[in-house]
Each structure stands twice: as C-alpha cells, then as structure tokens.
Design a protein. Structure first.
Length: 127
C-alpha cells in the first residue's frame, strides 16, 4: 500500500535513512574495553610507553651528538675571538720603525742641543 504523501517515507525506510546519518559520532574509544576486560586507554598507554623505552638508546645518541655539536660551535667561536688581524704587517712595521727612528733622532738632537750647543747638533745632522 502506497502512502498518500510521497515526501514522507514509510516507517521502515525512514528508520534506515535516519540511522545512516548517525554512523559514528566519536573517534575516542579510550573508555571502551578489549576482550580481556582492560580499558583501551591503558592498553594504548602501555604500547606508547614500550615504544618510548625502545627509543631510549636513540635519544641518548642524539643527546650526545647535540652536545658534541655545541662543543664544536663553542670552540669555533673561541678561535674566531682569538684571531688577530690578518692584514700583512710588513709595510706597517717598516713605516712605524721609520717614524720611530725619526722621533728618536729628533729627541737625540734636542738632547744634544740642550746639553752642549748648536754646533754639535749641526754636525750630528750632517753626519
């Protein structure tokens, strides 16, 4: 027997369509229990703990590697701080030595002038 209003489905068809829309409202099954009666939350936590313990060696190696890298960076920084200017100092040294020689010559001339007289200074400069 057909319904009078085709927009309103029958009892059986409406129940099936309503259930199809409400398939699974949750994705958290931690409160459920497995076949042995344990909560899935505890089972999952135990599995994660076992994985974490298995990766302990890898974490330790990573820790040692990071420590070694930090030590290398510190050593490189210390070397960079200890580096002196790498400009060639040959011309600078000769210029400084020349200026120092002139300064000492002038100082010696002044000393001779003050101690004895102008004739000695002229003899020294002409020498």
């Amino acid at each position: 027997m057909r319904h009078k209003d085709p927009a309103r489905p029958g009892l059986l068809r409406g129940a099936l369509l309503g259930a199809a829309g409400r398939a699974a409202l949750t994705d958290n099954f931690d409160a459920c229990r497995d076949l042995s009666g344990r909560r899935l939350r505890h089972v999952n936590a135990e599995q994660k703990l076992a994985e974490w313990a298995a990766q302990a060696k890898e974490r330790e190696l990573e820790k040692v590697g990071l420590k070694h890298i930090r030590a290398q960076e510190k050593a490189a920084l210390r070397e960079a701080r200890a580096e002196v200017c790498t400009v060639p100092l040959g011309p600078v040294r000769t210029t400084l030595a020349y200026r120092l020689g002139l300064s000492l010559t002038c100082l010696f001339c002044v000393f001779l002038y003050a101690s004895s007289g102008a004739s000695h200074v002229l003899n020294f400069l002409l020498w």
